[in-house]
Each structure stands twice: as C-alpha cells, then as structure tokens.
Design a protein around this ligand. Structure first.
Ligand code: PMP
Length: 286
C-alpha cells in the first residue's frame, strides 16, 4: 500500500512520523474523508471549504486546502483505485519538546491514504445500520474536524453491548449528531435534521447537505431544527449520513429491531436520488 506523506507518495512501511509529532502527543490535528466514485470526489468543494475552515480555526498553517483534489488524484492513481475513500490528516507538526504551546514556526505533517470502497451501483439501496443512543461527551467545537476523537470512540464502545455500529449522541436532551455521522429523523413525510449554523457542536457534514437536497427534490417536507431525544423512539425512519456510508438506514435501535428491520423506503429513495446526482456529475467529468 502506498501513502502520501509530506509531499511524497511512498510505501506504507517507509512512511515514518516522529513520536514528537503533535498529532501523536496531543491529537493536535485535523482531518478529512472524501468518497470517490469512478475517481470523482463527492462534494469536493464542500470538503475543501471544510478543510480550509478547520485549518483556520486551529491556526494550522502550511497546507493549502485547494491542493486536496490533486493530492487525492495522485494517491488514487498510485493505488490504482477508482471507487475509494481518501483519508487526509494534517497535524500541527513536530516540535522539539512536548509543550502545550506550539513553537511559532512549525511545519505541518500531512498524511493521506486511500482504501477501496463500493462502486456507485452499491447506492441503489441504503445500507442497514444498528444504532445506540449515548450521551454526547465531546467538546463544544465539533464543527472543527479534529483528530482528537476519544469523545466519539467512547460512546461507540458503550454501544457495543447493543451490537451498534454507530452511536446517536445526545446533548441536553437533543440529538446532536452521530459519533461519525449526521442524523436525520423521519416521521410520515416529514424529515428533520439538526441545524449546523447555530450550533458548533455539530460537524458540517458534506453528505448531510446532499441528503437534504435529495429529500427536497423528492418532495419530502425537510426541516432543519433541533431534534428531541424522544423523537427517536417515535420515528418511522432514522438515517445516518457520512462520506463513508453515504446514507444508511437504522434497522436496530439500542438492541431492539427498528421499523421493519430492513432499510426503510424513504431512505432508499433518497440514496437513489443521490446516486443519480453523482451519475450526472460523472457524465459531465469524463
Ligand atoms: N459528524 C461527525 C462527527 C463525523 O465524524 C462525520 C464524518 N466525518 C460526519 C458528521 C459526516 O460528515 P461527512 O458527511 O462530510 O462525511
């Protein structure tokens, strides 16, 4: 496997990062994950905007977010992948000593790798997903895509008792998001997801935006509003969106069968609509 490290593509075994890297010592870094179908990145502009924002908010300098597409392209070529996820991580870099305050001049460490993921025809149906409801333990700036992810990992570990793949996080009685996703709740024809602009405890999910657009296009009644925890048990469908999963449909909640126990109708309609949007994009980018 080849990876990207600081401007070079090299075999994983040759990619060495110092233990003094602040990403290792402090989790002082940010990341992005981009889904590719047939070498075309989904929502690439939104990923670049979010990356730029994460860099600005963390004062990490020395990487230009506009270089994301070419970096991904080089990595996919090196790995001969067309349908894939690219993971990019940028840490503040290596400092001579371990001190919370970083030195003034420091070069970031840029690392990226790609893995094969399903092709576009896997998006004809929403994947089933098991969820558990857990308290949101994370900090208040979840709009920054930080590599410090203990607050997301612990609720997932706690959900293992329910064989859950993902945790729905609850803050002050409201659904914030999933441990690595955004959450949608459906009742009848009404689709709701939490607001991002007024709440820094939620990540600006790229697939969230595409799912909202697709649901609107299908004529569903979409509202962006806070979702109470109690709405989860009463929901007809719960959707989970992320670049890796695109859109998954809840089949089990806290260890109990949810809905029919199969991916739900509106979820499947939305993912098909998202697939068509990507197909149109692929036609336009030969
Ligand atoms: N929220 C969190 C906490 C996440 O980790 C992710 C996945 N990176 C998302 C939402 C979804 O973001 P996207 O759709 O851009 O993958």
């Amino acid at each position: 496997m080849n990876v990207w490290l600081n401007g070079h593509i090299l075999p994983l075994e040759k990619a060495h990062i110092s233990p003094l890297d602040r990403g290792f010592l402090f989790g002082d870094g940010i990341y992005e994950v981009v889904r590719f179908f047939d070498r075309t990145g989904m929502a690439m502009d939104a990923h670049m905007r979010r990356l730029e924002r994460s860099l600005q908010l963390t004062h990490i300098t020395g990487f230009n977010a506009r270089d994301l597409p070419s970096l991904c392209e080089q990595l996919l070529q090196a790995e001969n992948l067309r349908d894939a996820c690219v993971y990019l991580q940028i840490t503040r870099g290596v400092a001579a000593t371990r001190a919370h305050m970083p030195p003034e001049h420091i070069q970031p460490t840029v690392f990226a790798m790609a893995h094969a993921y399903g092709a576009l025809d896997t998006l004809t149906t929403a994947a089933p997903i098991s969820l558990s409801i857990q308290p949101d333990l994370r900090w208040h700036r979840c709009d920054i895509k930080s590599t410090s992810l203990l607050g997301s990992i612990l609720p997932m570990l706690d959900g293992r008792a329910h064989h859950a793949d993902e945790a729905i996080l609850i803050r002050d009685g409201f659904v914030s998001e999933g441990s690595s996703s955004n959450i949608f709740v459906v009742r009848g024809n009404k689709v709701a997801t939490a607001p991002i602009n007024t709440d820094p405890s939620i990540l600006h999910g790229t697939m969230r935006t595409l799912a909202i657009d697709a649901a609107k296009q299908l004529g569903f009644d979409v509202s962006i509003r806070p979702i109470e925890e109690s709405e989860l048990a009463a929901a007809d469908e719960i959707w989970v969106t992320s670049s890796g999963r695109v859109l998954a449909s809840c089949v089990s909640l806290n260890g109990n069968m949810f809905g029919t126990g199969k991916p739900a109708k509106m979820a499947c309609a939305v993912i098909n609509c998202m697939r068509l949007a990507v197909e149109n994009l692929l036609v336009k980018t030969p």
